[in-house]
Design a protein around this ligand. Structure first.
Ligand SMILES: O=C(O)CCC(=O)C(=O)O
Ligand SMILES: [Fe+2]
Length: 193
């Protein structure tokens, strides 16, 4: 499968727009919307508790938890569809993932703020594979040392984005809110924990 290399400095970002066909992606979206154990969670930002502006769920083939923003995610076991997607992603990424953090953005008001996936349990140069299903949403990158260095990428239905090497050291990313009317979007981020 041919990747689009974003070619941003201090990073390796590979985008596969048609990782899944539109038909397959529709099928997966409907199945996962129903099968994932979606939860609304509270996170702590600058000492204050807030409801996360999205629903989440965490899956793993081990018992390792994933903590961020004072939220400790306990893993659910993988089920067949999610395991199959993990295997499809592994063929392209060339690694075996242990874990998957799933996000559900219910509408344009749901979002994911500026962050790097740099928690210690991910290791030094984490590889993260991110599958998008449902509504197309923009994803933004901003260099940590030069905020002028930015990039915007439309994450399309059925696409895969791989972030690896030193990307998380040098770049933050976000999925901003949008004023436009948008349908639900599911994002699956496969990780090694
Ligand atoms: O929804 C997305 O595309 C990004 C999710 C993300 O950055 C994360 O879960 O760490
Ligand atoms: Fe992230």
């Amino acid at each position: 499968m041919k990747a689009i290399d974003l070619n941003l400095p201090d990073s390796t970002l590979l985008y596969y727009p048609n990782f899944y066909s539109a038909e397959k992606a529709d099928e997966l979206f409907n199945e996962l919307l129903d099968a994932i154990n979606w939860k609304e969670e509270q996170i702590r930002v600058f000492g204050k508790l807030h409801w996360q502006p999205r629903l989440t769920s965490f899956y793993a083939n081990n018992t390792n938890t994933y903590s961020y923003s004072s939220l400790k995610m306990e893993p659910n076991p993988f089920f067949s569809t999610l395991k199959k997607i993990k295997e499809d992603v592994e063929k392209i990424a060339g690694v075996n993932f242990t874990s998957c953090l799933a996000n559900l953005y219910r509408d344009g008001k749901d979002s994911n703020g500026w962050h790097a996936d740099d928690e210690k349990e991910l290791g030094k140069n984490p590889i993260i594979a991110s599958v998008s299903l449902g509504a197309n949403r923009f994803f933004k990158f901003r260099h940590k040392k030069d905020a002028q260095l930015q990039h915007k990428l439309l994450l399309e239905h059925g696409s895969l984005l791989i972030m690896k090497d030193e990307t998380q050291h040098f770049w933050k990313h976000q999925l901003p809110k949008t004023q436009k009317h948008v349908e639900k979007r599911i994002n699956l981020t496969f990780r090694i924990i």
